[in-house]
Write a protein that binds this ligand. Structure first.
Ligand code: CAA
Length: 258
């Protein structure tokens, strides 16, 4: 197992846990933290015994954004040619479903990281925002693209252009978060959701995630064509035979992930 400096990585059954651990900087995403999250995510993704990933921070902060102190003195060429955020694309391409369990601040790159996950569970203490405009920059790892897709153009524009934070209630109302839970129950709830997903057939979960992703990236007609093929392909799996057989026999299916 790789050694990490800024995250805690654990495996609980078929669920991989990544806990951001830079409390002194509210989990600001410096280059080490970015490299470690992406590496841990990819290691879980390559492990067939992992069926879901939970990504979380601390009670005070999921992540307060890119590490401002690390990037403050950079120039255009540093950010463009030596793009320090390049590897986030690999995190966005993980096949294993990822659940962001968010308490406290999820700002800038922190909000963008949560949006790279498939499900966002929010503690009632969660605060989301894209405050980059206050720093004289704009969101740089997907905020201007994923936020409007999640909450609509007009609300996203208000948040990105003013830098205003929104609380958990407003985030749920706007469709950014899957569900709000009391802060004390956040990790237990995330574990439950992750265990349910991890108990399903892994190739079917991958297919469902792929199809959901297609909904974000394509027209309705293209997405429907993609879904038709992916749906038909599940009928090539042992797990389809097992799932439908178990239904007929009134028992719980035992998926072999084949
Ligand atoms: N980068 C670096 N350090 C950060 C940080 C960040 N994004 N956010 C917080 N910290 C540090 C603070 O500097 C402070 O450290 P010191 O004590 O050594 O000064 C420590 O974490 C605690 O922070 P505060 O004292 O500020 O805590 P607070 O409770 O008073 O305020 C906060 C909390 C409102 C989140 C405030 O810290 C804040 O506004 N942080 C910056 C949020 C932000 O602008 N994020 C966007 C970053 S740019 C980006 O993310 C670009 C992109 O799209 C990729």
């Amino acid at each position: 197992m790789t050694e990490y400096e800024t995250i805690i990585v654990e495996t609980r059954g078929r669920v991989g846990w990544i806990t951001l651990n830079r409390p002194e900087a509210l989990n600001a995403l410096n280059s080490t933290l970015i490299r470690e999250i992406v590496t841990a995510g990819k290691e879980f993704d390559h492990d067939p015994d992992i069926g879901a990933i939970v990504l979380t921070g601390s009670e005070k902060a999921f992540a307060a954004g890119a590490d401002i102190k690390e990037i403050a003195d950079k120039g255009y060429i540093d950010m463009y040619l030596n793009d320090p955020f390049k590897s986030w694309a690999d995190f966005g391409r993980l096949r294993t479903p990822a659940i962001a369990a968010v308490a406290g601040f999820a700002l800038g790159g922190g909000c963008e990281l949560a949006m790279m996950c498939d499900i966002i569970l929010a503690a009632d203490t969660a605060k989301f925002g894209q405050p980059e405009i206050n720093l004289g920059v704009i969101p740089g790892i997907g905020g201007t693209q994923r936020l409007p897709r999640a909450i609509g153009k007009y609300k996203a524009a208000e948040l990105v252009l003013t830098g205003r934070m929104m609380g958990a209630e407003e985030a749920e109302r706007s469709g950014l978060v899957s569900r709000i839970v009391p802060a004390a129950e956040l990790l237990d709830e995330a574990a439950k959701v992750a265990e349910i997903i991890a108990s399903k057939s892994l190739p079917v979960v991958y297919a469902a995630k792929d199809a959901l992703q297609a909904a974000q990236e394509s027209t309705l007609a293209e997405g429907l064509r993609f879904e038709k093929q992916a749906f038909a392909a599940t009928f090539a799996l042992d797990d389809q035979t097992e799932g439908m057989g178990a239904f007929r026999e009134k028992r719980t299916p035992e998926f072999s992930h084949r």
